[in-house]
Write a protein that binds this ligand. Structure first.
Ligand code: AR6
Length: 179
């Protein structure tokens, strides 16, 4: 399902984000960039250990990534040039609105790097325990509000793992983009 905001296309897909081709793949990371399970574990397994090593180097140099913040590494063997590691909130501990901040910072980082396509997972909806609809709303609102100001990014993919996530995202994105 595709939504257009000016020159930017926002596409919802069902599948595995490690198989998607995009200039950058966004990871659902923790502040220490220790990529255990979920999307993070899959990215390191498929992309290679170099992603974990570069992540540790980032944390040694700059310290832990704050909730809502991002870090960048190469993408190893993934079909992407970069991994943008975005730290979402742990629901019940931090507010779900922080997903919006993480998504916004990831998009701004992609702009800074001059990229044209970026793939996002449903940040915080796995191990971090946030509901699909609240996260979908935060993500859609950031895409809608930021898209008109993007100069480099032209294609945003949101890769959902399974029917439940996909159906919820479609429902919420329709409300936000179409009304
Ligand atoms: N492709 C697309 N989506 C996926 C994939 C995949 N390969 N694998 C899982 N999902 P999570 P979080 C979905 O747990 O909640 C890690 O240990 C999954 O079904 O990856 O932000 C990190 O190191 C869910 O809907 O991220 C952190 O410690 C969504 O992606 C912590 O988990 C996000 O699930 C981050 O937790």
């Amino acid at each position: 399902m595709e939504f257009r905001v000016g020159e930017v296309s926002v596409v919802l897909l069902k599948g595995d984000i490690t198989e998607v081709e995009a200039d950058a793949v966004v990871n659902a990371a923790n502040s220490y960039l220790e990529h255990g399970g979920g999307v993070a574990g899959a990215i390191v397994r498929r992309g290679g250990w170099v992603i974990q090593e570069e992540s540790r180097e980032w944390v040694r140099r700059f310290g832990p990534v704050p909730v809502g913040g991002v870090a960048v590494t190469s993408a190893g063997r993934l079909r992407a040039r970069y991994v943008i590691h975005a730290v979402g909130p742990r629901c019940g501990v931090e507010p779900v609105e922080k997903v919006g901040e993480a998504v916004r910072n990831a998009l701004l980082k992609a702009e800074e790097l001059g990229l044209s396509s970026v793939a996002f997972p449903a940040i915080s909806t796995g191990v971090f325990g946030c509901p699909f609809d609240a996260v979908a709303f935060e993500m859609a609102a950031v895409f809608r509000d930021l898209a008109p100001r993007l100069r480099s990014v032209r294609r945003v993919l949101v890769v959902l793992y399974g029917d439940e996530a996909y159906n919820k995202f479609v429902e919420v994105f329709k409300k936000v983009f179409i009304g």
